[in-house]
Design a protein around this ligand. Structure first.
Ligand SMILES: [Ca+2]
Ligand SMILES: [Ca+2]
Length: 320
């Protein structure tokens, strides 16, 4: 147990995870970090035992120590990020409508993962939400994250049905949040989208948006056309963020495997353009499943739900 995470501890932990990954799933091996985050992961978990989900007033809290990586979800997390916990938030509903749970890899038994499922719209009947909250951090000027994603139940239907959509959020960065009375709300959302009903492909898109008078408006938008994300197989993704303006801000999404590729590469605002004193990224959803009642109900009518699994989360960051 790492009660006091030293630099040596972190190096050892990073090495341990690298070895595990190298010998196991072969997904998160070294790749170049071109935005200057190279301190080694400060969060590193494959959701292996003894990672646990504890119920706290309707949300779940990632707890315990991942004995494979050595990462402790309380002390190590707070020392590395300033955040006291990673919460899995639902915004209401029942276990029949939405859930998050630790379970075996759908492909490789014995490997533990965290899975999210939406069966019915759990937020006032209007939408469905299951999300990891990494909130109230020190504020990062840069971060890099790797995680593996498995698109499970419902996604082959979304790929093949006669439907288009652009709201199915997998990642979201809040710089700054719109629920804290901050004068300069701004967010970057990464969605899985389907643009053309004649193409049976799910692709990633991202936008940076300001929030004014209850409305989100695009500052920029990009779509990884011609780079479909496969369903019912593991995809390893890397996200990188640099806080900055139209020429210094950066947001990148790469696929590590299968088929390594840069999917989204944005040089543009990563905070509100009117915010003269950006203070780093304090709030993010490092993984989430958030979409419309329309999609969830449509899948429900087809007799299925919407489920994703996540594994091998690594996060490294530079505080401001
Ligand atoms: Ca795992
Ligand atoms: Ca900020």
């Amino acid at each position: 147990m790492y009660l006091h995470a030293t630099q040596a501890d972190r190096c050892l932990r990073g090495l341990t995870l690298a070895l595990l990954v190298c010998c196991g799933c072969n997904t998160l091996d070294a790749a170049s970090q071109d935005i200057g985050v190279d301190a080694g992961p400060v969060i590193a978990s494959g959701f292996e035992p003894n990672t646990a989900l504890l119920d706290r007033s309707g949300s779940l809290v990632l707890s315990g120590t991942d004995l494979q990586s050595g990462f402790d979800w309380a002390q190590d997390l707070e020392a590395a990020t300033g955040a006291q916990r990673v919460t899995i938030q639902f915004q209401g509903g029942t276990d029949q409508q939405r859930r998050a749970w630790l379970t075996d890899d759908p492909v490789q038994r014995g490997n533990r993962t965290i899975c999210f499922e939406l069966r019915e719209p759990n937020v006032g009947g209007q939408k469905g939400r299951v999300q990891a909250n990494l909130y109230d951090t020190f504020g990062f000027s840069r971060f890099s994250q790797r995680i593996r994603l498995y698109l499970g139940d419902g996604f082959s239907e979304l790929r093949d049905a006669n439907v288009t959509f652009d709201w199915l959020t997998l990642f979201e960065l809040w710089n700054n949040p719109n629920w804290t009375d901050d004068p300069w709300p701004f967010r970057i959302s990464v969605n899985l989208i389907r643009q053309d009903p004649d193409r049976h492909e799910l692709v990633l898109g991202a936008h940076g948006q300001t929030y004014t008078d209850g409305r989100w408006e695009n500052v920029w938008e990009v779509i990884a056309t011609d780079q479909p994300i496969a369903v019912e197989t593991w995809t390893a993704l890397e996200l990188e963020f640099v806080e900055g303006n139209a020429s210094t801000g950066r947001f990148v999404v790469r696929r590590i495997e299968p088929a390594a590729a840069t999917l989204l590469d944005v040089t543009n605002w990563t905070h509100h353009p009117d915010d003269a004193n950006p203070d780093g990224l304090t709030h993010l959803n490092p993984f989430k499943l958030y979409t419309s009642a329309e999609l969830i109900n449509g899948l429900h009518d087809l007799g299925t739900s919407l489920s994703v699994c996540w594994d091998d989360w690594q996060f490294e960051a530079v505080p401001r």
